[in-house]
Design a binder for this molecule. Structure first.
Ligand code: SF4
Length: 165
């Protein structure tokens, strides 16, 4: 999987430095990422989904683990044994838990990596995703980054402030 650095955000000033040029537009109901991806779950994702009434054994694949270097990132979201799609994909190709879906699903095809007070924004150049560099896609510029990741930027900025105060 090729992953390109798109931008670097200073979490103190919200200054965005664009590193490479991409466009993106999610094609509604495409759902290919729900079939093709292995999704890492954070503890918060598991708790949020359990709060909907599901048991962790129904949606956590404890045999699949994600690491970044030697850092354990989480277990995987379960796939269906008969077609390898996400267990939450319904018969109409829609996500059953869409407003509560894991963070990695919300972010896809982007990956965010925080180093101190900077945030690196990567894009996964997966061939199955028709939204990456779609001709009608939005240019990924500073405005796009600030809007698209608004909530997560706020969350990260709060944590940076907590660490540095
Ligand atoms: S594969 Fe890409 S275009 Fe399709 S739903 Fe997922 S993010 Fe959107």
């Amino acid at each position: 999987m090729k992953k390109s650095l798109v931008a670097v955000v200073n979490l103190n000033t919200l200054e965005v430095k664009i590193i490479s040029s991409f466009k993106f537009k999610c094609i509604e109901n495409c759902g290919r990422c729900c079939r093709e991806l292995d999704i890492p779950l954070r503890d918060e994702d598991i708790t949020r989904i359990e709060d909907l009434g599901y048991n962790a054994w129904e949606f956590v694949d404890y045999e699949k683990m994600f690491y970044r270097g030697d850092k354990f990132l989480g277990y995987a979201l379960k796939k269906r044994p008969f077609d390898d799609a996400c267990v939450f994909l319904d018969e109409n190709e829609k996500c059953k838990i869409y407003p509560h879906r894991p963070r990695a699903c919300r972010l896809y095809p982007f990956v965010l990596i925080k180093h101190g007070n900077t945030l690196e924004v990567y894009i996964k150049e997966d061939e199955f995703c028709p939204g990456i560099n779609h001709p009608d896609g939005d240019e990924i510029d500073a405005t796009f980054i600030r809007e698209y990741f608004r909530e997560i930027l706020q969350e990260y900025r709060r944590s940076v402030r907590d660490i540095y105060l």
